[in-house]
Design a protein around this ligand. Structure first.
Ligand code: NAP
Length: 246
């Protein structure tokens, strides 16, 4: 298999749709072997079927369940080999006003966006440190740089991911490990469709009319980070629609 990521092994969460699916396709095109993880098995399999010419494994996984995540990494290692890259794409986003007290959506956001990322990092980090190489990429958001109204808890969850990644990067400097966050602005995926707080959507969730990003644009940033020379770390990538700067 040729390509800039030939023989590299990547675990991608949130692989059943949107950015995660585009990342799987982009990594496979570059020759990487890919373990695809998300909850919806059928969607996961159909993404896997679209990957050409590389080895892959689809493992239905809920990232909020630590045992399932550990099982995912074991399957990836058994069937593909030691994990070189983790790409955290699994995430949820609910537009909601704090005063509307959507406490279940708050909890879900913390469970998936914060604890889910921790579970995945925890499952690969030991092996990466042992092997003296590895790359942890997390799809954060421009909301991890700046809080958006109507997205207070979501923004906070992405600030968490940024803080976690900064700490991890500082602690692992010198061990051969790289840590990257990709901070997209609006991307054309189903993520906006999760919100049901009409008031928040009406006030803050309306499209600006600008041409937004395609999932492939974000996948290209992930490939850019993963294909740098050994000594080069791309730590953060802010990638946004041209006409929607933060
Ligand atoms: N779209 C944007 O405008 C935008 C902008 C900035 C950042 N992001 C970030 O990009 C990431 C991907 O979102 P997207 O836009 O591609 O939306 P998406 O198409 O809805 O993808 C979300 C993915 O997360 C997975 N997921 C959700 N809960 C999960 C769980 N408990 N366990 C495992 N997987 C879970 C979903 O798969 P299953 O339902 O099959 O589990 C799905 O594959 C998110 O972290 C999001 O915050 C998106």
């Amino acid at each position: 298999m040729s390509g800039r990521l030939a023989e590299r092994i990547a675990v991608v969460t949130g692989a059943s749709s949107g950015i995660g699916a585009a990342v799987c396709r982009a990594l496979a095109r570059e020759g990487a072997r890919v373990a695809l993880a998300a909850r919806r098995e059928e969607a996961l399999r159909s993404v896997e079927e679209g990957l050409e010419g590389t080895k892959s494994v689809a493992v239905p996984t809920d990232v909020t369940d630590r045992e399932q995540v550990e099982r995912l990494v074991r399957r990836a290692e058994d069937e593909l080999g030691p994990v070189d890259a983790l790409v955290n794409c699994a995430g949820v986003m609910y537009y909601t006003l704090m005063r509307n007290l959507r406490t279940e959506e708050w909890e879900r956001t913390v469970e998936v966006n914060c604890k889910g990322v921790l579970n995945c990092v925890g499952a690969v980090l030991g092996g990466m440190v042992e092997r003296g190489r590895g790359h942890i990429v997390t799809i954060s958001s421009d909301a991890g740089r700046k809080v958006f109204p109507g997205l207070a808890v979501y923004s906070a969850s992405k600030f968490f991911v940024e803080g976690l990644s900064q700490g991890l990067r500082l602690e692992t400097a010198g061990t051969g490990i790289k840590v990257t966050t990709v901070q997209p602005g609006n991307v054309d995926t189903g993520l906006l469709g999760m919100s049901s707080d009409r008031e928040a959507l009406e006030r803050y969730g309306k499209p600006s009319g600008a041409r937004v990003l395609d999932p492939e644009d974000v996948a290209a940033s992930v490939v850019h980070a993963l294909t740098q020379p050994e000594h080069v770390a791309v730590n953060e990538i802010l990638v946004e629609p041209r006409d929607e700067p933060v």
